[in-house]
Design a protein around this ligand. Structure first.
Ligand code: AMP
Ligand code: ZN
Length: 437
């Protein structure tokens, strides 16, 4: 195990009762900021909350209604903006979202805070200013790239902002600059290993020590596989754009659950059916409140991610509770090579095309280490009797229309009417064949 290094020991080891008190104080400010927005003013007033001082106890907190992704879309573009627009310095949006995206706004103070939490996260894995950090996550609207980038810089690491893709170049950069830490999706790291072998790189070409892996669900076996293949330590990082992305919950050197930074977030676990809070240690849906974001407060956000708090204290000495690896979602969102895809987005595209019948099937498989999305559709009978070039033309059009919406290029298969299975009862439209390991 690496040496335990704190970035801000007092805060990281603050006893739970004091952390709770800190949360209580910060929550008042968050509610105060939220009440400045049209969305929360109505939402909170409807729940009988008119003033931040109305929220004193845990019971008061639970009177705050949950916020959902749907709410964020309804409030688009500025219904949840709490700061003066002139003070906003950055916006981000959820990966893969088109149409009405879920957007967040940050002021300079918010950005500094997020960078600091990311620096803390890197430090808690033992990284220091002597490390060379290659960030293989997508830069852009997605928070995974820029947010950890800022944190790594703040810690003083030398950052290589390589972004995602272009695997041969990634490997060359890793070799030339003796990269010690990488940040990527677990599936990308598995893919990169294959390319590394194909291209004839040798283990001694690299100085890699650790990987930060996140943005998509993965099992303990996948982590171990990455660790064994590269001979490194892999740390799980969990984040979502609504909560500023990475720097929210990160594994420490004990590699057994991710510390949720409870001085900046309140985490709850609820039963996704009854919506009732569950006792500590039980598995359910994670609900998060961001405590310090002046640009855009979000209270009690239903993440849809399923996890639990690990009740035992962590041997590293940090008091912030650990979240267990995510085991799935309580909605139908698919994560394909790190990109969020809702089956409804695919359906919308398909249903707009007159040549396509009503039946379709979405299939997700592993192809090597990466995910492969196939969309099978039934086309009208007349098309099959027409020129086959028309079919190919339609197939390509569906493919590019889908790509424009889901941001990944799916394989598209055209079938004759009646060829796809029709299920009795509730239609099964999604077949996810990916295995966990
Ligand atoms: P985005 O808003 O695009 O950053 O996507 C956030 C979603 O990605 C989360 O709600 C999770 O479903 C998923 N996600 C992010 N990090 C992890 C992780 N370490 N393990 C499992 N799922 C993750
Ligand atoms: Zn720990």
């Amino acid at each position: 195990m690496e040496k335990i290094v704190f970035r801000h020991q007092e805060i990281e080891t603050l006893p739970q009762p004091q952390l709770k008190e800190l949360q209580r104080q910060k929550l008042q400010k968050a509610v105060e900021a939220a009440l400045k927005t049209p969305f929360y003013k109505k939402r909170l007033n409807d729940a009988g909350i008119r003033d931040a001082r109305d929220i004193q106890t845990e019971a008061d907190f639970r009177k705050i209604p949950y916020t959902t992704k749907h709410d964020l879309r309804e409030a688009f573009p500025y219904g949840m903006l709490a700061a003066d627009k002139a003070d906003v310095v950055r916006m981000h949006a959820s990966s893969g979202t088109t149409g009405i995206p879920t957007v967040v706004y940050l002021t300079q103070a918010d950005l500094d805070k997020a960078a600091e939490l990311n620096a803390r996260s890197c430090a808690c894995t033992g990284s220091t200013k002597n490390d060379v950090f290659q960030n293989m996550m997508t830069y852009g609207l997605f928070t995974g790239g820029l947010m950890l980038h800022y944190g790594a810089e703040r810690l003083g690491m030398m950052v290589i902002p390589s972004g995602s893709g272009n695997t041969k170049r990634q490997l060359q950069l890793m070799k030339d600059f003796r990269t010690t830490v990488v940040h990527a999706t677990p599936s990308y790291l598995l893919h990169m290993y294959d390319v590394m072998k194909e291209e004839g790189f040798r283990p001694e070409d690299f100085a890699l020590k650790k990987a930060y892996i996140g943005a998509e669900p993965h099992s303990e076996d996948i982590r171990k596989k990455i660790e064994t293949l590269y001979g490194i330590d892999a740390y799980n990082s969990y984040g979502l754009s609504e909560m500023n992305g990475p720097g929210l919950a990160f594994e420490c050197v004990c590699k057994n659950g991710m510390h949720l930074w409870e001085d900046s977030y309140i985490g709850e676990i609820i039963d996704p059916q009854t919506l009732e809070p569950l006792p500590d240690g039980e598995r359910g849906e994670l609900v998060l409140t961001i405590l310090e974001r002046n640009g855009m407060p979000i209270l009690r956000y239903r993440t849809r991610d399923l996890t639990r708090f690990i009740p035992e204290p962590c041997p590293c000495g940090r008091t912030h509770r650990r979240l267990e690896r995510m085991t799935g979602r309580s909605d139908d969102m698919l994560i394909i090579n790190g990109v969020n895809v809702f089956p409804s987005q695919i359906e919308e595209v398909i249903m707009k095309m007159p040549e396509i019948g009503n039946n379709y099937l979405i299939r997700v498989q592993k192809q090597g280490s990466l995910d492969k999305l196939t969309v099978k559709v039934e086309v009208t009978a007349s098309l099959f009797s027409d020129d086959s070039r028309d079919l190919e033309h339609i197939r390509r059009r569906i493919q590019s229309d889908l790509q424009a919406v889901v941001f990944i290029r799916p394989a598209v298969e055209l079938h004759e009417p009646g060829a796809l299975p029709v299920s009795q009862g509730k239609a099964v439209r999604v077949i996810d064949e990916r295995k966990e390991s």
